[in-house]
Ligand binder design. Sequence first.
Ligand code: FAD
Length: 451
Amino acid sequence: MRTDLARIVGEPYALPGTGTEYTQDASIAMGLRGHADAVVLPGTAQEVADVVAWCYSRGVAIVPRGGGTGYSGGATPAPVPEAAGPEGTVVVALDRLDRIRSFDPGLWRIEVEAGVTTQTIARRARENGLMFPVDPGAAEASQIGGNIATNAGGPHCFKYGVTRAWVTGLEAVLAPGELVRVGGPTRKDVAGYDLVGLLTGSEGTLGIVTAAWLRLLPAPAHAAVPVAAAYPTVDEGCAAIEAVLASGVVPATIEYLDAGALAAAGGSFPGGLPTGAQFLVICEADGGEDEVRELVEALGPDARAHEPRELWRWRDGVGIAVTAVQGGKLSEDIGVPLDRLAEGIVGTVEIGIRHGLEACSWGHAGDGNLHSTFLLTPGDHAQLERAEAAVEELFDLAIALGGTVSGEHGLGWLKRGQLSKQWSPAAVRAHSAVKTALDPAGLFNPGKKTP
Ligand SMILES: Cc1cc2nc3c(=O)[nH]c(=O)nc-3n(C[C@H](O)[C@H](O)[C@H](O)COP(=O)(O)OP(=O)(O)OC[C@H]3O[C@@H](n4cnc5c(N)ncnc54)[C@H](O)[C@@H]3O)c2cc1C
């Protein structure tokens, strides 16, 4: 297999399937490991198409891989032998497709290959007075192809929308190895079905994204100013979030931390937290002094502005601080309608109690997106089993509140099968029909994102 693939991508870029970092992703924190028969790093979109054609004609499964920062095991190849292709599994890593094909700052647009990192795009935009607002936490490693495949979000997506809002066109390899372009630099295009939307969020199960046309925006004229306020209860904190919306201000971000997350991370909060703080709201204004003042008014008398870099560095460390409490965690990314946020936050803790687990949450409050987390002691298998049962109950809660089992990270491998709880049988059949139409042999990322 490797010899054939080396003829397509070149000897140095056809690697063995074992002994490289390409058989695991960020879900390794959950102990998920995969197996591949080979790893290839194509250098051009045409090489990607040739690799897919080779695999598709031989019954070999294809696992697309970006930066490997995904939390749901989507880029982990064949986590169990049954998820391999009939003739094996090849990881197609997009690292070498890292060119910026065109950049027109004056027209607010950029065309990039799939392997360009999120951080590179954001930096190029910033250097030219523009912004690319999608900001998933691991921006230095995640690739735009991976962001598109997971329709990634991040704090600033409250005001600016998730990845889909910024993609005007895609170049992709579809079965059985065809290079296609849908959309492009045109900002509006409703001529065909929305294949750009379909591929966005498809988690590598319908094809491989090789390049994207992205919209950019002029950077806000005013420096961003985060404003934070602490509250004694979840209900008061959530009421403040709704007060912000009712005030008519559109903050760039609305984030929250509950009592458990504050117990883990609050000790290093810049300037310290007031006594009795059980809930924290962070909103960021990027519309100037008046907006900051209105935000402070809406958040209440204790709200105060912070130095942005200091505050966001602290916020970036929250996940690590929560993990440090017991040495491990099982974290999910449910989403609920904004008016049910308090129930999701309180419900997470109650589920933890029922299963004998410490639980907490934090996340993108404005989008109703909770990182509901159960704390774990590494090596405690009984506790892990209880946490897995707790997560099932958490998904039931999200659905009962009118929400979703995944607001950001996708189903991947770890949440396979959960969509059937959320969607009706007819909707699930439509989901499966799309998969069969675009991937009749079922070779693109088998076992992932299954309903
Ligand atoms: C510290 C940390 C913070 C995070 N914060 C956020 C956050 O705020 N918001 C958020 O949404 N996510 C977040 N994530 C999750 C993750 O960063 C995003 O989902 C990210 O966009 C994944 O990109 P990647 O390149 O690493 O993809 P990978 O992990 O490599 O792959 C993810 C999925 O996409 C598929 N894929 C990858 N590249 C392609 C391609 N070119 N074509 C087709 N399919 C492909 C893979 O098969 C897999 O199913 C975070 C992760 C970490 C580790």
